[in-house]
Design a protein around this ligand. Structure first.
Ligand code: GLN
Length: 289
């Protein structure tokens, strides 16, 4: 891997050339823009009008290392250490899942459903980067927002994200699989979760970017008990979700009907529905107690 010179244009050509087997041309453009923005503070106009400028040695090295890591399939968000979710900046590292656009839709769904409700309490289960509670709290400062995760490292990142976005969220290190641990959590008007939902049998078809870099604890469930988290959260709702409260899940389309059956079978909800994401896949469940 060699860069022809320190010129901005040569760096751009270097990215295009090195990454052509890993990313589509449109994705490379996006990556170039994000990387130059992050390391050199260039916007997209700078990329054009300063294309013959020379980069200093340190900027050149950062951009070079970034390209090398991208070629090894490391996700851009982990290289830059941040991403944007629901219009807010979130810090991410290898201990948390990179927040996905589907999860932005989940946040949007909750905010839309609750337009007229001022004060309510909400719990996010398996919060990872904290993207769900932080973006909710940012948009609804009057809500009492709490979140749990089993990973201390993830929770540290989530706390930093709440601070970064200037909002206060109650974080607890707890497992939703342990009644003893979660028993003393209070009651909530809304419970939301995007738990691990990829079956091990799907691992082979997954992109290296995901399976080699994102935390497996956040991604996978064992094929033998793929509904483990959903079942436990539905059980948790029996004692910790208020009457008229709502449960929201993000889910894997292949398990959508099974999860709906589980929710209905728990005989606590007066309404259970499945909803599609923008790509047309069944992606969310909403249940009203
Ligand atoms: N709640 C976080 C998110 O939606 C983490 C989800 C997870 O790790 N399964 O991105």
């Amino acid at each position: 891997m060699r860069v022809a010179s320190n010129k901005v244009q040569d760096l751009i050509s270097f990215y295009q050339n090195e990454l052509k087997e890993v990313y589509a041309p449109g994705e490379i453009n996006f990556i170039v823009q994000q990387s130059f923005k992050h390391f050199v503070n260039f916007n997209s106009t700078d990329l054009i009008i300063k294309k013959n400028d020379n980069l200093n040695q340190s900027d050149l090295l950062h951009l070079y290392d970034c390209c090398k890591a991208l070629k090894e399939h490391k996700p851009l968000q982990y290289i830059l250490g941040e991403t944007v979710f629901y219009g807010l900046t979130f810090k991410v590292d290898a201990s948390v899942l990179i927040p996905r656009p589907e999860t932005e839709e989940l946040v949007e769904l909750i905010l839309k459903d609750t337009q007229r409700v001022d004060r309510l309490s909400i719990l996010d289960i398996g919060t990872g980067s904290g993207c769900i509670p932080v973006s909710l709290k940012k948009n609804k400062p009057e809500w009492e927002v709490s979140a749990i995760d089993i990973s201390k490292n993830a929770l540290d990142v989530a706390k930093q994200n709440a601070e970064l976005n200037n909002c206060s969220v109650n974080f607890f290190l707890k497992s939703i699989l342990s009644e003893r641990e979660y028993a003393e959590l209070g009651n909530f008007d809304i419970i939301v979760s995007n738990p691990p939902y990829i079956a091990r049998q799907e691992e082979a078809q997954m992109h290296e970017r995901v399976k080699n870099y994102e935390p497996h604890i956040a991604l996978f469930v064992e094929d033998s008990d793929a509904l483990l988290f959903y079942r436990n959260i539905i059980d948790f709702c029996k004692t910790h979700l208020n009457i008229n409260g709502q449960l929201y899940f993000e889910l894997n389309p292949i398990y959508a009907n099974a999860i709906k059956t589980l929710a209905e079978g728990s005989e606590q909800f007066k309404e259970v529905s499945l909803l599609k994401d923008l790509s047309g896949n069944i992606r969310f469940l909403k249940a009203i107690k």
